[in-house]
Ligand binder design. Sequence first.
Ligand code: GRF
Length: 187
Amino acid sequence: MTQRIVLFASGSGSNAARIADYFEAVEGVEIVALFSNRKKAAVLERPQFKEVPTVVFNKVYFNSSAFVQALEGFQPDLIVLAGFLWKLPPLLVSKFPQKIINIHPSLLPKYGGKGMYGMHVHQAVYKKKETETGISIHYVNEHYDEGQLIFQAKTALTTEDTPESIAQKIHSLEHEHFPKVIAQLLR
Ligand code: GRF
Protein backbone atom coordinates (compact mmCIF):
# COMPACT_ATOMS: atom_id res chain seq x y z
CA MET A 1 0.00 0.00 0.00
CA THR A 2 1.33 3.44 -0.91
CA GLN A 3 2.18 5.75 1.94
CA ARG A 4 1.02 9.25 1.43
CA ILE A 5 2.90 12.40 2.39
CA VAL A 6 1.34 15.86 2.39
CA LEU A 7 3.88 18.71 2.44
CA PHE A 8 3.30 22.19 3.84
CA ALA A 9 5.81 24.80 2.69
CA SER A 10 5.66 28.53 2.20
CA GLY A 11 9.24 29.57 1.52
CA SER A 12 11.98 28.64 -0.88
CA GLY A 13 11.19 24.98 -0.40
CA SER A 14 14.68 23.54 -0.47
CA ASN A 15 13.68 20.97 2.15
CA ALA A 16 10.43 20.15 0.37
CA ALA A 17 12.34 19.63 -2.89
CA ARG A 18 14.88 17.46 -1.14
CA ILE A 19 12.12 15.31 0.34
CA ALA A 20 10.46 14.98 -3.08
CA ASP A 21 13.77 13.96 -4.70
CA TYR A 22 14.47 11.41 -1.99
CA PHE A 23 11.08 9.71 -2.24
CA GLU A 24 11.07 9.80 -6.04
CA ALA A 25 13.50 6.88 -5.74
CA VAL A 26 11.54 5.07 -3.02
CA GLU A 27 8.79 2.73 -4.03
CA GLY A 28 5.56 2.87 -2.07
CA VAL A 29 5.84 6.47 -0.86
CA GLU A 30 4.20 9.35 -2.67
CA ILE A 31 3.98 13.12 -2.19
CA VAL A 32 0.24 13.53 -2.72
CA ALA A 33 -0.14 17.28 -2.15
CA LEU A 34 1.71 20.49 -1.47
CA PHE A 35 -0.03 23.04 0.74
CA SER A 36 1.15 26.65 0.91
CA ASN A 37 -0.19 29.85 2.40
CA ARG A 38 1.77 32.06 -0.04
CA LYS A 39 0.73 31.98 -3.66
CA LYS A 40 4.08 33.52 -4.64
CA ALA A 41 6.15 31.05 -2.63
CA ALA A 42 9.18 29.85 -4.61
CA VAL A 43 8.43 26.29 -3.55
CA LEU A 44 5.38 26.28 -5.86
CA GLU A 45 7.65 26.87 -8.87
CA ARG A 46 9.98 23.98 -8.12
CA PRO A 47 10.05 21.33 -10.88
CA GLN A 48 9.54 18.56 -8.32
CA PHE A 49 5.96 19.75 -7.75
CA LYS A 50 4.85 20.18 -11.34
CA GLU A 51 2.65 17.11 -11.20
CA VAL A 52 1.69 17.41 -7.53
CA PRO A 53 -1.69 18.90 -6.59
CA THR A 54 -1.12 22.20 -4.77
CA VAL A 55 -3.47 23.93 -2.37
CA VAL A 56 -2.90 27.64 -1.69
CA PHE A 57 -4.91 28.94 1.22
CA ASN A 58 -5.57 32.01 3.34
CA LYS A 59 -5.94 32.23 7.10
CA VAL A 60 -9.75 32.09 7.15
CA TYR A 61 -9.84 28.87 5.14
CA PHE A 62 -6.91 27.47 7.15
CA ASN A 63 -8.93 27.84 10.34
CA SER A 64 -12.09 26.27 8.94
CA SER A 65 -13.35 22.73 9.21
CA ALA A 66 -13.52 22.68 5.38
CA PHE A 67 -9.74 22.91 5.38
CA VAL A 68 -9.45 19.92 7.69
CA GLN A 69 -11.80 18.00 5.41
CA ALA A 70 -9.78 18.92 2.33
CA LEU A 71 -6.65 17.69 4.04
CA GLU A 72 -8.38 14.48 5.14
CA GLY A 73 -9.37 13.98 1.50
CA PHE A 74 -5.70 13.40 0.68
CA GLN A 75 -5.59 10.59 3.26
CA PRO A 76 -2.14 11.50 4.55
CA ASP A 77 -0.03 9.02 6.47
CA LEU A 78 2.28 11.89 7.37
CA ILE A 79 1.92 15.67 7.16
CA VAL A 80 5.30 17.33 6.91
CA LEU A 81 5.83 21.01 7.66
CA ALA A 82 8.96 22.16 5.83
CA GLY A 83 9.21 25.91 6.22
CA PHE A 84 5.64 26.59 7.28
CA LEU A 85 5.15 29.30 9.88
CA TRP A 86 1.53 29.41 10.99
CA LYS A 87 0.41 27.86 14.21
CA LEU A 88 -1.93 24.95 13.51
CA PRO A 89 -5.54 25.23 14.73
CA PRO A 90 -6.42 22.74 17.52
CA LEU A 91 -9.04 21.03 15.33
CA LEU A 92 -6.44 20.23 12.71
CA VAL A 93 -3.95 18.94 15.27
CA SER A 94 -6.56 16.74 16.92
CA LYS A 95 -7.58 15.12 13.61
CA PHE A 96 -4.05 13.88 12.90
CA PRO A 97 -2.54 12.69 16.16
CA GLN A 98 1.19 11.88 15.83
CA LYS A 99 0.96 12.42 12.10
CA ILE A 100 2.19 16.01 11.78
CA ILE A 101 5.89 16.81 12.00
CA ASN A 102 7.91 19.99 11.67
CA ILE A 103 11.57 20.85 11.26
CA HIS A 104 13.04 23.70 13.27
CA PRO A 105 16.49 25.18 12.67
CA SER A 106 17.77 25.08 16.26
CA LEU A 107 18.29 22.66 19.11
CA LEU A 108 14.88 23.00 20.73
CA PRO A 109 13.88 24.05 23.35
CA LYS A 110 16.55 26.66 22.62
CA TYR A 111 15.63 29.36 20.13
CA GLY A 112 12.04 28.25 19.59
CA GLY A 113 8.68 29.96 19.91
CA LYS A 114 6.89 32.80 18.16
CA GLY A 115 9.13 34.95 15.96
CA MET A 116 11.94 32.41 16.04
CA TYR A 117 12.23 31.37 12.43
CA GLY A 118 14.74 31.59 9.60
CA MET A 119 17.52 34.14 10.04
CA HIS A 120 16.06 35.31 13.38
CA VAL A 121 17.16 32.00 14.84
CA HIS A 122 20.65 32.09 13.34
CA GLN A 123 21.19 35.71 14.39
CA ALA A 124 20.18 34.88 17.96
CA VAL A 125 22.51 31.85 18.03
CA TYR A 126 25.33 34.04 16.64
CA LYS A 127 24.77 36.82 19.21
CA LYS A 128 24.86 34.34 22.07
CA LYS A 129 28.21 33.03 20.81
CA GLU A 130 26.95 29.46 20.93
CA THR A 131 29.59 26.83 20.23
CA GLU A 132 27.05 24.53 18.62
CA THR A 133 23.64 24.63 17.05
CA GLY A 134 21.53 22.15 15.13
CA ILE A 135 18.15 21.00 13.90
CA SER A 136 15.09 19.56 15.61
CA ILE A 137 12.41 17.42 14.03
CA HIS A 138 9.35 17.19 16.25
CA TYR A 139 5.68 16.31 16.32
CA VAL A 140 3.42 19.34 16.04
CA ASN A 141 0.90 20.40 18.62
CA GLU A 142 -1.04 23.64 18.95
CA HIS A 143 1.89 25.52 20.49
CA TYR A 144 4.92 26.77 18.57
CA ASP A 145 7.85 24.37 18.65
CA GLU A 146 6.67 22.43 21.69
CA GLY A 147 5.63 19.02 20.37
CA GLN A 148 7.52 15.86 21.26
CA LEU A 149 11.04 15.70 19.82
CA ILE A 150 11.75 12.98 17.29
CA PHE A 151 15.30 13.76 16.18
CA GLN A 152 18.10 16.27 16.66
CA ALA A 153 21.45 16.71 14.94
CA LYS A 154 24.19 19.13 15.93
CA THR A 155 26.87 21.10 14.19
CA ALA A 156 29.84 22.85 15.81
CA LEU A 157 30.29 26.62 15.49
CA THR A 158 33.52 28.57 15.57
CA THR A 159 34.27 32.26 16.12
CA GLU A 160 34.54 32.54 12.33
CA ASP A 161 30.88 31.69 11.83
CA THR A 162 28.41 34.36 10.78
CA PRO A 163 24.60 34.17 10.79
CA GLU A 164 24.84 33.35 7.07
CA SER A 165 27.34 30.52 7.51
CA ILE A 166 25.25 29.18 10.38
CA ALA A 167 22.22 29.17 8.06
CA GLN A 168 24.22 27.19 5.50
CA LYS A 169 25.34 24.63 8.04
CA ILE A 170 21.77 24.21 9.22
CA HIS A 171 20.41 23.77 5.72
CA SER A 172 22.92 21.02 4.96
CA LEU A 173 21.97 19.22 8.16
CA GLU A 174 18.29 19.55 7.29
CA HIS A 175 18.76 18.26 3.77
CA GLU A 176 20.79 15.32 4.99
CA HIS A 177 18.50 14.17 7.78
CA PHE A 178 14.91 15.26 7.15
CA PRO A 179 14.09 12.77 4.36
CA LYS A 180 15.69 9.91 6.30
CA VAL A 181 13.76 10.69 9.46
CA ILE A 182 10.54 10.79 7.44
CA ALA A 183 11.40 7.42 5.89
CA GLN A 184 11.90 5.95 9.36
CA LEU A 185 8.60 7.30 10.60
CA LEU A 186 6.80 5.72 7.66
CA ARG A 187 8.24 2.27 8.28
C1 GRF B 1 14.21 25.59 7.35
O1 GRF B 1 15.37 26.14 7.88
C2 GRF B 1 13.37 24.95 8.41
O2 GRF B 1 14.08 24.57 9.54
C3 GRF B 1 12.42 26.02 8.80
O3 GRF B 1 12.19 26.76 7.64
C4 GRF B 1 13.30 26.65 6.75
C5 GRF B 1 12.78 26.27 5.42
O4 GRF B 1 13.78 26.36 4.43
N1 GRF B 1 11.24 25.47 9.44
P1 GRF B 1 13.46 25.87 2.97
O5 GRF B 1 12.27 26.67 2.46
O6 GRF B 1 13.17 24.41 3.03
O7 GRF B 1 14.70 26.17 2.18
